[in-house]
Design a protein around this ligand. Structure first.
Ligand SMILES: [Zn+2]
Length: 453
């Protein structure tokens, strides 16, 4: 691309970007630059190359042209006014009730907002990307965010939300968090070996970095369709992965090839990389709702074995607990404040509706509702049908749909909250508020009632 720009400078022939190049221009972060580049090109009527080069010089579009030698923090791409608006909002990043939508609205672009959130958690709050390694981590974040599709719900913001929720849970559970980030003295006495260490920072275990990045990337490349649909329609993912968690297998393989290509593991020793990949793979595969009941049974076993005196921080429990927490963070929308939950609800329903409407008559089950112990609300919703279908747009059934889902997932949050050294009170508090919201919504309004005789 830069060669093309230079050629233009010499020839002064009006430059035309082809579709692929424009996509590349907009790919980084994508839309502030897309808008800016389009505006510059549009205003200059084909002679705006110098202006585009100025953008490059200002590091505003440099990544878009693949010409960067160093990665800049997302804040470097934000206008000062946006930085001023976003800063105070990020102060609450450690809270389960963090209002990420306020950040998204302030930034004005989904991909850039996802990167701001990742930077805030991984670099600023946790300092998980020290020194030159920071550029590697930021490049991985950039590529992961770019790898998400523009679907209604399973996009980069959902990934960032899962990562922030995991961050907030660990921040509230210091004993468990410390167990995932042992220092050298602890490591030498730990039975959990090998740990995930890097050459650039071999004093610390990098499990936290790995699981937070895995959460960010857990749905990368999601196409807005459910596993059931992919299997039924013989989609490429289903064929490739033998109908076994086609989406989750695709997400984890895609994410791991992205970070492999970006050199994420280059400074890890072989056992560290092996363990890091294990944590990443296990955490993402655990997000398939088909494993929901098995995850609950595993937690039951853990709680029975360890009892009230047990501890998530026990080395043998590290992975099982973090997998359960990542799964819970993935389906945590009904455990957030009502305002946040309602925004996610609109988006997830939009994605379900789109699948149902594009299904060309194929049966479309409600996703994420399989299981043997369906709650009362779901049975009611199913209304005698073995496979409840997505309610029509605008249907008043939405409240019952949500209540069914809440009845289904609440036990998972309650079990995690019961694990010693994990603080999961905030989601449990919120889910009951959200439940009451939907109960009130589904109650007949006075106008709907029959007039008294
Ligand atoms: Zn997800």
């Amino acid at each position: 691309m830069l060669g093309k720009l230079d050629a233009y400078e010499k020839s002064k022939t009006p430059l035309e970007f082809d579709g692929e190049e424009l996509v590349m221009i907009s790919a980084y972060g994508a839309t502030p630059h897309k808008a800016e580049v389009s505006r510059v090109l549009g205003e200059s009527k084909g002679a705006g190359v110098r202006a585009v080069k100025n953008l490059i010089a200002k590091n505003r579009a440099v990544e878009a042209f693949g010409a960067s030698s160093s990665f800049k923090a997302p804040a470097a791409y934000l206008a000062d006014a946006v930085v001023a608006r976003v800063g105070p909002l990020l102060a609450n990043i450690h809270s389960w009730d963090f209002d990420m939508w306020a950040v998204v609205d302030a930034v004005g672009d989904q991909r850039l907002a996802a990167k701001v959130l990742a930077d805030e958690v991984l670099v600023k709050a946790r300092d998980l990307a020290p020194g030159p390694y920071g550029a590697v981590v930021r490049t991985c974040v950039d590529a992961i965010v770019a790898g998400y599709e523009d679907v209604a719900y399973h996009n980069c913001l959902h990934g960032a939300d899962c990562m922030q929720s995991l961050h907030a849970t660990l921040a509230k559970s210091p004993k468990y968090e410390a167990a995932l980030a042992l220092d050298r003295a602890d490591l030498e006495s730990s039975t959990r070996l090998p740990c995930i260490r890097t050459a650039v920072d071999d004093d610390n275990d990098h499990t936290l970095l790995v699981v937070l990045l895995a959460a960010l990337a857990h749905d990368v490349g999601h196409v807005g369709l459910t596993n059931a649909y992919l299997v039924e329609t013989g989609h490429d993912f289903a064929v490739r992965y033998n109908d076994q968690s086609p989406l989750e297998n695709y997400h984890v393989a895609t994410a791991l090839s992205i970070v492999e290509a970006k050199g994420f593991w280059d400074s890890f020793d072989a056992p560290g990389k092996r363990m890091g990949r294990l944590y990443w793979i296990e955490c993402v595969l655990a997000t398939d709702m088909a494993h929901h009941m098995a995850a609950m049974a595993q937690l039951d076993g853990l709680l029975r074995k360890e009892g009230a005196a047990g501890d998530a921080a026990t080395p043998a429990n590290h992975l099982a607990v973090v997998k359960a927490i990542v799964h819970a963070c993935d389906i945590s929308a009904p455990t957030k404040p009502v305002k946040t939950h309602l925004r996610w609800t609109d988006l997830v329903m939009e994605e379900f509706y789109a699948q149902a409407e594009n299904g060309a008559g194929k049966e479309c089950e409600i996703p994420n509702f399989k299981g043997s112990d369906l709650g009362h609300a779901e049975k009611e919703l199913a209304n005698g049908k073995a496979k409840p279908s997505v309610p029509p747009r605008g249907s008043v059934v939405l409240g019952k749909f949500q209540l069914g889902f809440i009845g289904f997932i609440r036990p998972l949050f309650a079990k995690i909250a019961a694990i010693p050294s994990v603080d999961f009170d905030a989601p449990l508090k919120n889910i009951d508020v959200v439940k009451n919201h939907w109960i009130a919504e589904t109650e007949p309004k006075p106008a709907d009632k029959l007039p008294a005789l």
